[in-house]
Every structure is written in structure tokens, then in C-alpha cells.
Design a protein around this ligand. Structure first.
Ligand SMILES: *[C@@H]1O[C@H](CO)[C@@H](O)[C@H](O)[C@H]1NC(C)=O
Ligand SMILES: *[C@@H]1O[C@H](CO)[C@@H](O)[C@H](O)[C@H]1NC(C)=O
Length: 397
């Protein structure tokens, strides 16, 4: 337990810290070095063998060196300064854990549970839940009851792509983004003009200044949010009417592996639900489990992050309804898509009682599924077809 606790501390603060450190390129190398050293020490600690004493000493010497280097770090941005201070306290805490670990090592070190630490962790979790409840609108209690029907709206564009409406405003307009990597959006005044569109009729074209990556983009309140091609984890906020970039952010920890194993081009999948903007990604550190992040769409700041219990293996898409993540799985050769994992950030749904939801009537894979909370339907792209799945929604009990 002690080891697990330590592992939790190390992994979580490094993933958040290393993400922030991208702003400070001069110090990035030091950060990577520290991260590598820490990860290797940590994995060796985890083995819990008789050489542990040497490792403990090594850890101590290393953290002494690291603290002195961190203190001398160039700290020129307030947010990084806060992170460094945060990191220092957490290193000190990790050291205290190591001390404790050493003191109980003689007895039953590997299985011992420190009651205080468990209690402290429970208190922290309760505090965390209170904060999340304040941040999210808890009166939002929609959940998926069933997938009612499927409508194939059109078959046009590339095999892969993304299409959507804007659940915030201009909700009639259709936005069409063909391909994994492109910079041309087509805008249609409504779904009828999209259905009637052929290459003779003209649609409004918007050329983005940067290419997009994958299929995870969303439209919200007149802005397109998308993962910039060529960047690890940069999300661009683009004003579609004024045709200019409004803001950008980096999503810490994202971009290294696909969000969904079956759609490897999509590293960051963005989602809109009743609560606003979310990002879904996977991390090697969490063995491919999906991580969801609530983003403030106005300030482009990360509001909160959750490590979910849903894995990206054999996943092809995901979406959120009222803060609950639904992950869609398929077979690599493209069979029947089904929702097999559900994760509720407010922990109000008993996820064990939720049945597997099968998508109706067709075989094959999906490039993307985006939920529209106003229309209660999914905009999906499947092998070159643009599809709408109507959902039946019920109240959380
Ligand atoms: C919270 O959600 C409910 C139902 O979705 C909505 O009626 C209400 O306006 C929301 N409140 C806020 C503060 O967004
Ligand atoms: C986004 O952040 C701003 C400033 O902190 C805050 O006023 C606003 O309520 C936030 N928006 C949402 C949707 O949470």
C-alpha cells in the first residue's frame, strides 16, 4: 500500500507538472531527466525486494539533489512558480512516505497499510468530490436509456471525418470536416442544404490557419475547438465567423497515444455535453485508461481531470452526457459497435447495473461520435457516411 501510495503521488504530480513545463522550454530537459529518474526509481521501489534499502538511499540522495536544482530553476512564470512550489511540497511528502516505509520495512512492509494515510486520502477524496459538485451543474441528471434509431444522412467525403452542429448557438448549421488531417471546413445553413449538397452547389468554405489532427473537433458557441496537427497536445479555439484564432491551450499528458485504439489518428477527442467542453485522451502512464478533462471553454483553462476506469483498447469512440463518459467498443475488423464502459465523474450512476448498449442495424466502424445535448442525438461518421443516432434519455436515479 505504501508503495502504491507513493506510485500514485509520483505519477500524478509528474504528469501534471511535466505538462505545464512545456511552457518553459529551457527547463524541459531537466524536467524530463527528473521524470525518467523518478519513474525508474519508482518502478524499482515497487518490486519490494531485499535491495530496497539501497534504493531508498538512492532516492534520498536524488531527491536532495533535485530539490536544490528545483530551487535554482528559472522561475519566470507565475503558474510555473506555483507548480514548482507544489512539486517541492510533494517531493517532501514522498520523502516522508519513504521514511515511513523504511521504518515499517522490518515487519510487514509490503502489505502494511498506514491507517492515517488511508484516512487522509479518504478525506482528500471527499474534499475533491465537494469541489467537483460545486464546479459542475448537479441538477443535470440525464443519462442514456437506449439508442433509439439510426439515420444515414449522407455519404460523402473521406472514409474518416467528423461532422456536427453547434449545441451552443446557430444550432441549425452543419459543419463538415472531412479527413484526419485537413484545414477546410464546409458550413451549411441547415441539414437540408447539407443533404442536397453536391459538388455543383457551393457551401461556405472556411480555411483554418493550422491543419487539424484526427476527428475530435467540436463546435461550441460559434467556436471550433480542435487538436492542431503537428503539435503534441495543442488545442486551438477558432472563431468561425470572424475567421481567426481566439485562444490556444496545451492539454497536459495528452497526445502521446491514441484516445481510442481503433482510431489511432485521434489523439484528443473533444466533447460537448450539458456541462460544456470536455477532452478525452489516453495516457501510457495509466496503461491506456482514458482520462477526461473538464475545460472552461471561455478561459481555455483545465478545470478538473479524472482518471477513468475505461480503457482505450478496442475502443473507437466516446461521448459525454451530463458528466458521464460512455465509451464505444468494436472489434478491429469492424463488427457491431457497443457501449461497454461508463464512467460518471459525479459517481451518481451505478455503472455496474448499466447494460451493454448495442448500436443498431449496421456493421462497421466509426471515426467519431459527438453528442448534441440540445437534440439528444449523436453525430457519427462511419466509413464515409454521416449518421445520426437518436438517443432515449432518462433521469439518473
Ligand atoms: C443546470 O442544469 C439545468 C438542467 O440541465 C438547467 O435548467 C439549469 O439552468 C442549469 N444551471 C446552470 C447554473 O447552468
Ligand atoms: C470560466 O471561468 C471564468 C473565470 O474563472 C468563470 O467566470 C466562468 O464561470 C467559467 N465558465 C464556466 C462555464 O465554468
Amino acid at each position: 500500500m505504501v508503495i502504491l501510495q507513493l506510485r500514485f503521488l509520483l505519477v500524478s504530480f509528474f504528469t501534471s507538472f511535466v505538462g505545464e513545463a512545456q511552457y518553459v522550454t529551457q527547463d524541459a530537459e531537466l524536467m524530463h531527466y527528473i521524470e525518467r529518474r523518478f519513474l525508474s526509481l519508482e518502478s524499482r521501489l515497487e518490486k519490494c525486494n531485499q535491495e530496497i534499502l539501497d534504493y531508498v538511499q538512492e532516492f534520498r540522495a536524488f531527491s536532495r539533489r533535485m530539490i536544490s536544482r528545483l530551487e535554482g530553476l528559472n522561475v519566470y512564470k507565475a503558474e510555473i512558480k506555483n507548480e514548482v512550489e507544489h512539486l517541492l511540497t510533494r517531493v517532501e511528502r514522498a520523502q516522508r512516505d519513504i521514511d515511513y516505509f523504511e521504518s515499517v520495512r522490518e515487519s510487514t512492509a509490503c502489505v502494511e497499510v498506514d491507517e492515517d494515510m488511508v484516512e487522509q486520502q479518504l478525506n482528500e477524496e471527499a474534499e475533491e468530490k465537494r469541489k467537483v459538485k460545486l464546479m459542475l451543474n448537479t441538477s443535470c441528471d440525464n443519462m442514456l436509456a437506449s439508442i433509439k434509431s439510426l439515420k444515414i444522412v449522407k455519404k460523402t467525403g473521406d472514409t474518416h471525418g467528423s461532422w456536427m452542429t453547434d449545441p451552443g448557438k446557430n444550432h441549425l448549421k452543419i459543419y463538415f470536416l472531412s479527413g484526419f488531417k485537413n484545414n477546410v471546413i464546409l458550413e451549411f445553413s441547415n441539414i437540408r442544404s447539407f443533404m442536397e449538397w453536391n459538388n455543383k452547389l457551393r457551401a461556405r468554405r472556411v480555411n483554418l490557419p493550422f491543419l487539424w489532427q484526427g476527428t475530435g473537433h467540436v463546435m461550441y458557441n460559434g467556436f471550433l475547438f480542435y487538436h492542431r496537427y503537428g503539435s503534441l497536445n495543442e488545442i486551438v479555439k477558432y472563431n468561425i465567423q470572424r475567421r481567426k484564432i481566439t485562444d490556444r491551450m496545451l492539454l497536459p499528458g495528452a497526445g502521446q497515444i491514441p484516445a481510442y485504439e481503433l482510431i489511432p489518428a485521434t489523439k484528443i477527442d473533444l466533447a460537448i455535453d450539458e456541462q460544456g467542453l470536455w477532452a478525452i485522451h489516453a495516457e501510457p502512464d495509466t496503461s491506456g485508461n482514458l482520462v477526461i478533462t473538464k475545460i472552461n471553454h471561455t478561459t481555455m483553462a483545465v478545470e478538473h481531470t479524472w482518471d477513468t476506469s475505461c480503457n482505450s483498447k478496442n475502443a473507437e469512440a466516446g461521448f459525454l452526457i451530463c458528466g458521464t463518459l460512455y465509451v464505444v467498443y468494436n472489434s478491429p475488423s469492424g463488427g457491431t459497435s457497443r457501449i461497454e464502459c461508463v464512467y460518471d465523474v459525479l459517481d451518481t450512476i451505478n455503472t455496474y447495473e448499466i447494460p451493454v448498449f448495442h448500436f443498431p442495424k449496421r456493421q462497421g466502424s466509426h471515426s467519431v461520435m459527438h453528442y448534441n445535448p440540445k437534440e439528444k442525438q449523436l453525430y457519427a461518421w462511419a466509413e464515409g457516411s454521416q449518421i445520426i443516432y437518436k438517443l432515449q434519455i432518462k433521469q439518473k436515479v
